[in-house]
Design a protein around this ligand. Structure first.
Ligand code: NAD
Length: 400
């Protein structure tokens, strides 16, 4: 018997657990044959419409729970559909779910009475992402790597998505070995390619059941005068930064809406890493600033639509990450480029260029990973806000 379509089924099943526990779970799929003794089996027949499938699942679960006094959730849910079958095992963390799947441990799971009341509060801000399933594009280096590290250190399971698969694999292996458990999973993606983005979200559903937080961070910059920039270079920046965010939200949104069908109270987040250049123009850098300004228009519009599914959509607008590779790479970093091109009048060394950029910031330093992480924790924790662009610029750019 072959597996059923996980991209369709996993988020629906995961939603049942999110709704009951009020906290994140990881869901792994496995061979359903033989059906584990205590599992809840649901025959979806030929159903392919997600809201009908969600109703069938909720009804079957309600009947299963009513029989047991409502205090437990199934340790395993088996779905049958059109001659196909899959078993889904939930766990508090990836390795816990894998262990239960491997042991075929379908014993019912207790639902702690306090679980729902605790949801949404956090004793420390980073705890808001603990246990959540996150995905970060451009996660192999720069701000993306900082965000991956921050989320993993705060107890999230992070898909490290990047065009540079080798980089994503290396970072994931390092983090998993440091943590002694699975905290990061690499995945290849080109955010400007729709099939690639769709395949990436299908993989997250298959591996972990769904997602709670999507950080659309991958971005590129080709600084150039409007009088000389090649159209191909302008379009390249637009494709990755602007069209890429549309594709990310489209396919993340489809998955999150599916999950929401069975977890209507569970809030999820799509966060775009925008830029201070999305809030004010950038000289000889129009393709970048335009793509980022446009990103904020998309954020506001997508937020209005997706709020129906409790999907918040916000942007973070960081200042320059002067210690990151984009600026500090000793060969092709912006400090070296700006020194060579004479962009900073009077600058004789890389350090002169750096000082000139630090001098533009009221707080006299560049933006760092932890600054962006604080903004992410805030946006996830804040259930009463969407469609915002949050500056993290040390005071360099202020909202009007
Ligand atoms: N570095 C800064 O000073 C700064 C300031 C404000 C905002 N930002 C924004 O932060 C984000 C990250 O910037 P960074 O400077 O850390 O970048 P970076 O160049 O250091 O890293 C970008 C990562 O994205 C990946 N990537 C590039 N194109 C991709 C694609 N099509 N699909 C998937 N992955 C792709 C790269 O392989 C790389 O790992 C961008 O959106 C950028 O606009 C950066």
């Amino acid at each position: 018997m072959s597996d059923i379509d996980h991209a369709f089924a996993s988020p629906l099943v995961r939603g049942l657990y999110l709704e009951a526990f009020g906290r994140p779970v990881v869901l792994v799929s496995a061979e359903a044959d033989p059906v584990p003794g205590q599992a809840l089996s649901v025959d979806l027949g030929a159903e392919t419409e997600e809201s009908s499938a969600a109703s069938a699942l909720k009804d079957a679960l309600a009947a299963w729970r009513a029989k047991r006094g409502g205090a437990a959730m199934p340790g395993c849910i088996v779905l049958l559909s059109g001659g196909k079958a899959s078993a889904y095992w939930p766990g508090l963390g990836y390795d816990d779910a894998l262990r239960r799947a491997k042991a075929r441990d379908a014993s019912p799971l207790a639902v702690p009475a306090a679980a729902r009341a605790d949801a949404g509060s956090a004793s420390r801000r980073s705890a808001v992402v603990e246990g959540r399933i996150a995905l970060v594009t451009g996660g192999a280096q720069g701000f993306g790597e900082e965000i991956v590290r921050g989320l993993a250190a705060s107890g999230a399971l992070v898909f490290v998505a990047d065009l540079n698969l080798a980089g994503a694999e290396k970072l994931s292996a390092t983090l998993n070995s440091e943590a002694g458990k699975t905290v990061a999973i690499p995945v290849a993606v080109n955010v400007a390619d729709e099939a690639s983005v769709a395949a990436m979200f299908a993989l997250t559903a298959e591996k972990a059941g769904g997602i709670d937080l999507v950080v659309s961070n991958a971005g590129v910059l080709k600084a150039s005068s409007v009088l000389s920039q090649e159209t191909s270079s302008f379009k390249f920046v637009t494709d990755v930064n602007y069209v890429g965010f549309f594709l990310m939200t489209k396919h993340a949104g489809l998955l999150l809406r599916r999950q929401s069908r069975t977890a209507p109270r569970w809030a999820t987040d799509i966060i775009q890493i925008n830029s201070k250049s999305g809030l004010e123009g950038s000289n000889k850098n129009g393709s970048y600033a335009g793509s980022k300004f446009g990103g904020i228009g998309l954020v506001q519009s997508f937020a209005l639509e997706l709020v129906e599914w409790k999907i918040k959509v916000n942007a973070i607008c960081p200042g320059n990450f002067l210690n990151g590779p984009l600026w500090s790479d000793p060969v092709k970093g912006l400090f070296v480029q700006y020194l060579q091109s004479g962009k900073v009048p009077g600058a004789k060394t890389v350090d002169d260029v750096r000082k000139s950029y630090e001098g533009k910031v009221p707080m006299r330093r560049g933006c760092e990973g932890p600054d962006v992480m604080r903004a992410i924790y805030y946006l996830v924790e804040q259930e009463y806000e969407t469609g915002q662009a949050l500056p993290v610029t040390g005071g360099q750019v202020m909202l009007s």
